[in-house]
Write a protein that binds this ligand. Structure first.
Ligand code: TXA
Ligand code: MG
Length: 350
């Protein structure tokens, strides 16, 4: 695909205005043209930045897999502007899908439904289903409408690395592999959408995300379960390998973080500590003995999620030996964050 570094176009759409300002409209139309021509555009969404291509163009979809270094066995999410388009890409529309989209679309939840013929094999990794999502960010839906195509868009990072929540994260990770980056500032949620399989009864969560199991169950008026294969919050289905969302720096989530941090510092390691504690209990000696970067984390799960990937990207750039993270509470609201951290820690082991 592209060889030189891509343009980053700033896009702004003041709340309450029916149409975007002219410069934003221009940027979106340039993106739409590239996408219709089979190119790759990094796009903002309310969750993380996506690497978008025309979902119905096999060559464009192949370029996504190449750019990310993504295994062909890991299927892509198809983004749509509306429910009608979603239905046209499915061969059956389970009641669960209808309930979820009616209550929660547009929003950070992806449904897995039986796949229509129109969806290329490659998008679905050859499987019988397709993952569909209608993003909440008005700008993303506007781009989908102007492009006039459904857009396949995985997170815009190299496979297995930390997802991007800013345009600069995309540039750092994919650089010359993308034709254009649309920059709408940092993402609202900061972690990837909840993925729910609507082909099972009851529907099952494949990936925890901004919308919790409780919220989904309320909408369903009944049970929502974890997909079989989720072990300690880690799913092992297609593309759900443990090794995911990992910073380059080894990451740990120990039971006793202060003791562990102290131990690592004693070994002379440089440590980044993402802590939920109001005051990190590290003695002066230890703090002086070696480099210690203490990052106070938001004690609210949404705030924690919003900042998480940017924090990991920033700690990675400091070239530390270890990142230590306080384990967040074991409850539904923290589930998605715990899942991402467990994967990041799992990936660093061994
Ligand atoms: O928030 C998000 O979902 C972001 C933004 C860009 O929309 N996208 C994203 O895509 O996170 P990606 O490719 O990084 O993650 C897609 C997840 C993978 O875990 C994949 O295995 C799963 O969705 N998936 C896709 N199609 C599937 C299918 N047919 N059946 C089961 N899982 C599927
Ligand atoms: Mg991803």
């Amino acid at each position: 695909m592209a060889r030189r570094l891509p343009d980053i176009l700033k896009i702004e759409w003041p709340q309450g205005e029916a149409v975007p300002p002219p410069r934003t409209l221009e940027a979106i139309d340039r993106a739409a043209e590239i996408l219709r021509g089979g190119g790759l555009v990094a796009i903002p969404t309310e969750t993380v930045y996506g690497l978008a291509a025309d979902a119905l163009d096999e060559d464009a979809v192949a370029a996504i897999f190449r750019a990310k270094g993504r295994p062909a066995s890991n299927p892509l999410i198809v983004h749509v502007a509306d429910v009608a388009t979603a239905r046209s890409l499915s061969s059956a529309w389970p009641t669960a899908a209808e309930r979820i989209v009616e209550a929660l679309w547009p929003g950070p939840v992806t449904i897995v439904v039986p796949r229509a013929r129109a969806v290329p094999d490659m998008v679905a990794a050859g499987g019988p289903t397709v993952a569909l999502r209608c993003p909440a960010l008005p700008l993303t839906r506007f781009l989908l409408e102007r492009t006039g195509r459904p857009l396949a868009a995985p997170s815009a990072n190299r496979s297995e690395a930390v997802s991007p929540t800013t345009a600069h994260h995309v540039l750092d990770s994919l650089g010359q592999h993308v034709d254009l980056i649309l920059d709408a500032g940092p993402c609202l949620h900061g972690i990837e959408s909840t993925v729910i399989d609507c082909t099972t009864d009851p529907p099952s969560i494949l990936r925890p995300g901004p919308l919790t199991r409780g919220q989904l169950a309320a909408v369903m008026g009944g049970a929502v379960v974890d997909a079989p294969g989720i072990v300690h919050g880690i799913a092992r289905g297609p593309g759900m390998a443990v090794r995911h969302y990992a910073p380059r720096t080894r990451l740990e989530m120990p039971a006793d973080p202060p003791a562990r941090v102290a131990e690592l510092l004693r070994q002379g390691l440089r440590v980044g500590w993402l802590t939920l504690a109001a005051a990190a209990p590290v003695t002066r000696e230890l703090a002086k003995a070696a480099e210690l970067v203490v990052v106070p984390a938001d004690v609210d799960p949404q705030g924690f999620a919003r900042a998480l990937y940017a924090t990991l990207h920033a700690l990675d750039r400091r070239g530390l030996d270890r990142i230590v993270v306080d384990p967040p509470p074991d409850d539904d609201r923290w589930r998605a964050v715990r899942d991402r951290l467990a994967r990041a820690a799992g990936a660093s082991e061994g």
